[in-house]
Design a protein around this ligand. Structure first.
Ligand SMILES: C[S@@+](CC[C@H](N)C(=O)[O-])C[C@H]1O[C@@H](n2cnc3c(N)ncnc32)[C@H](O)[C@@H]1O
Length: 284
């Protein structure tokens, strides 16, 4: 049995469309190009190329998983963040566009620091720290840390991919427990969703992404507050902490930063206008 690329594309498009997948054309394209290992554009340039049974079965298997809500990034094993393609699997959160704000704020805060020392805490795939590294003129030393050994395996794969293994250290740690040095910049996108909100998330997220990457106790603020409190000992004078926060946490977390003695506290909005990140300076 075989189908031409055009027939195959149309068939998958129809299936995905009937299941109300948001971008059926784009996703059909991604699935085919992933399995056949060809460029997206080539699918349309090779309309009559035949696809045979073995590859058809692989493609249909992915389509079946996709219509059961498995995220595309896990199915094809990668996703784009800050214009770069990161390796991902279901042991890490899929990097979100709103987290690109942390990269912007982090880079801005150390653009004039020579040889900065940086910590990407709760690093997951490593997307934030790696994007900062790639955007700095002076290549920094970056520590990547996460509580999950499986997530750190993914992070290490990305460090290899982007050739920054030499400039990085990977530490498995519950927040700062195994981190005993200071930094000029700490970036952190911790779990910050409260359990009740988690239960209302889309099935694509709830059933497939690691719960431990998303949910935090105390109305979602437990990790954030622990990070802010412990950062004081782990920042050099004038060092900066940048954290991502939930849609309704700006007031509570800003107050907590103040209470802990941070200065220059700035709340930034993401592209949807949601208060999504807070940066603050630590002065002794
Ligand atoms: C929201 S994800 C962020 C991942 C990545 N930085 C990103 O932005 O895509 C949170 C990460 O925190 C990690 N994590 C959860 N609890 C932790 C803890 N107590 N200490 C360190 N990391 C933790 C999870 O394993 C997960 O990788």
């Amino acid at each position: 049995m075989s189908l031409t690329l055009k027939e195959l594309f149309n068939k998958i498009f129809k299936i995905l469309n009937s299941k109300k997948i948001e971008n059926p054309g784009l996703e059909a394209n991604m699935i085919i190009s992933h399995v056949l290992k060809i460029n997206n554009e080539k699918i349309f340039m090779q309309n009559n190329k035949k696809v045979y049974k073995k590859n058809l079965s692989k493609i249909y298997k992915i389509v079946r998983q996709r219509i059961q809500d498995k995220p595309m990034a896990y199915l094809v094993g990668n996703t784009y963040f800050y214009s770069n393609k990161f390796y991902v699997n279901n042991n890490v959160l899929i990097p979100r566009p709103e987290s690109e704000l942390i990269v912007e704020l982090g880079c801005k805060s150390i653009k004039n620091t020579k040889d900065p020392e940086i910590l990407d805490l709760c690093c997951g795939s490593g997307c934030i720290g790696i994007s900062i590294y790639k955007n700095l003129r002076w290549k920094p030393q970056i520590v990547f840390s996460d509580i999950s050994a499986k997530a750190l395996k993914v992070c290490k794969k990305n460090l290899n991919k982007f050739r920054i293994k030499k400039n990085s250290i990977v530490i498995e740690s519950d927040l700062f427990k195994k981190i005993d040095r200071k930094f000029n910049l700490i970036v952190c996108n911790p779990p910050y969703i409260k359990n009740a909100d988690f239960l209302n998330l889309d099935n694509t997220i709830r059933s497939y992404e690691p719960r431990s990457a998303l949910v935090s106790s105390d109305n979602g603020t437990n990790h954030l507050k622990r990070v802010i409190k412990s950062s004081k000992k782990r920042l050099y004078d004038n060092g900066v902490l940048v954290v991502e926060i939930g849609y309704n946490q700006s007031k509570e977390i800003t107050n907590f930063f103040k209470k802990q003695g941070f200065s220059d506290i700035v709340v930034s909005k993401d592209l949807s206008g949601i208060k999504r990140a807070i940066s603050a300076k630590w002065k002794k």
